[in-house]
Design a protein. Structure first.
Length: 260
């Protein structure tokens, strides 16, 4: 399958096209679970790397016990890294552990991967930060996918600060995230104090992503280090993207900045 390279993007410096997409285990706004629609949205955007949240892996009957990230990777001809954060014992002989978490799909080889648990309290859902390393256009990119706690701003702040510490001094770093918080909140500012919010840098309009198909909140983000530029960023509203999940995906063209 042909995949565009940095030169094909039309920019001066090495570039990647990235997407963040909370897929709600493939369940669309019509209540149907249909991974083919998720795949069509990704394929239609011609992305190099996509970070997915709410991804089932043999998790349950709601997704037919399918390895959703693996299925999408095969469908799209992309490499897959998966980070399971909720785990349960198998309930079907011969099928792996039941998992729910984040995934990263890449058109470039994934040379390293790690899933890091994030802080949680009480009975809250375990969250994680999935990291991969890829090389594109001669640049080594560190790409992360994450999904913060949905109903506790204090816990989100703790998780955001943990991510900030894990990132250290970010270089050619991209964070693809459902932060479950709007841009002015302390938890988002804990990250944007060190990372560039691509929408603030290059987006037009409110950039709302949730809940599809008529979103009123901007809670899904493409964040990147200061040595990277946002060339373009859009909320994808193609026919498959607008019905495939309760979130709309964010699509960004990022370029390595040689001046940083």
């Amino acid at each position: 399958m042909y995949r565009p390279t940095a030169r094909d993007r039309g920019g001066t410096f090495p570039a990647v096209r990235v997407m963040t997409f909370n897929i709600q285990h493939g369940q669309g706004v019509d209540g149907r679970v249909d991974l083919a629609r998720i795949g069509a949205a990704i394929r239609g955007a011609n992305v190099d790397v996509v970070g997915l949240q709410e991804v089932d892996r043999h998790f349950g009957a709601r997704s037919r016990f399918r390895d959703q990230a693996g299925w999408l990777g095969r469908r799209l001809g992309m490499e897959v890294a998966y980070g399971g954060n909720r785990e349960r014992s198998p309930c079907i002989p011969g099928v792996g552990r039941r998992q729910f978490g984040n995934a990263i799909l890449s058109a470039f080889p994934i040379t390293d991967r790690e899933n890091i648990p994030l802080p949680r309290s009480g009975t809250h859902e375990q969250r994680g930060l999935l990291r991969v390393r890829i090389e594109a256009g001669g640049v080594v990119w560190r790409v992360y996918a994450t999904h913060l706690q949905h109903d506790d701003p204090d816990e989100r702040l703790v998780q955001a600060r943990a991510i900030r510490q894990i990132l250290g001094t970010p270089q050619h770093t991209v964070v693809l995230a459902d932060l479950n918080a709007q841009p002015t909140t302390p938890e988002v500012r804990a990250l944007t104090d060190a990372l560039v919010d691509s929408w603030a840098a290059a987006g037009t309009g409110p950039g709302n992503t949730s809940a599809s198909p008529a979103p009123t909140q901007r809670i899904d983000y493409v964040l990147h280090s200061a040595d990277t530029r946002s060339r373009t960023v859009t909320v994808l509203t193609s026919p498959p993207a607008s019905i495939a999940s309760d979130h709309l995906p964010v699509l960004a063209d990022l370029e390595a900045n040689p001046d940083q």
